[in-house]
Design a protein around this ligand. Sequence first.
Ligand code: SAM
Length: 286
Amino acid sequence: MELTNPSVIKEILSRNGFSFKKSLGQNFLINPTVCPKMAESAVSDGETGVLEIGPGIGVLTAELGKQAEKVVSIELDERLRPVLAETLGEYDNIEVVFGDAMKLDLGRIIKEKFGGRKISVCANLPYYITSPIIMNLLESRLPFSSITVMVQREAAERICAKVGSRESGAVTVAVRYYSEPEVLFNVSRGSFMPAPNVDSAVIRLKVLEKPAVDVKDEKLFFKMVRAAFEQRRKTFQNSVSAGLGIQKETVRKALLECGLDENIRAEKMGMQQLADVSNYLGSIKA
Ligand code: SAM
């Protein structure tokens, strides 16, 4: 079945009484070159199991089914059940689980379906939950070796930015803490049906065996990072003291103790510097 052919897609969807829901980020891929490349990236590290989020009509799922040994795909929209039964019927190595990827117990699914072994994630993500899904996957510490996902181009740039650059944000730091991200290739808005208002990019996060820096209290670290980037025009000292409810003088002292300028902004700080300051703040709190 030619699942990137707009007439084929329209025919299957209309026969099943399906109409696109913008609120679920339903923009389906119609560019035939994209899915083989994404699937290749997901299996390139040698993993034979792949978890997909949001199969839509199954265009990427089918490609994953061809390249991987086993694919489990999670779809929220029950209306796609008959569609997927039809489009993926010929693949006995693909299983679709219906539910919300943000709420399902992914650990249990991986244990049940993959025996708890290392797997890859591959998805054309619904854009309304890009960052929460990526953060959930990384923070879960489940056995993922890599995460290959399509996101909006702007999100790709932010997620894959260098920590300490103008494009960086709290999500950049969090992603770099757990993984090594890279932009693989760009995808134009015309590659989707319906076409969204923005272009996209496929990124790949190679999950690290252990976090990039040594952080004593992760909760404090991420709270501090979120506060530091929330008001990016303010100095680190001002935003962190406001965000964490601690004295400005304490933050100033932490910066100086770590060999940093007291007026530094978060976007000028590197991963190790952020870790040092949070470890210092944690040590005086303890
Ligand atoms: N993979 C298909 C493709 O590339 O054509 C569809 C991608 S579309 C951008 C996102 C898909 O995610 C839709 O099928 C949508 O119904 C599904 N979805 C949205 N929110 C979800 C959630 N919370 N959990 C699982 N799937 C979700």
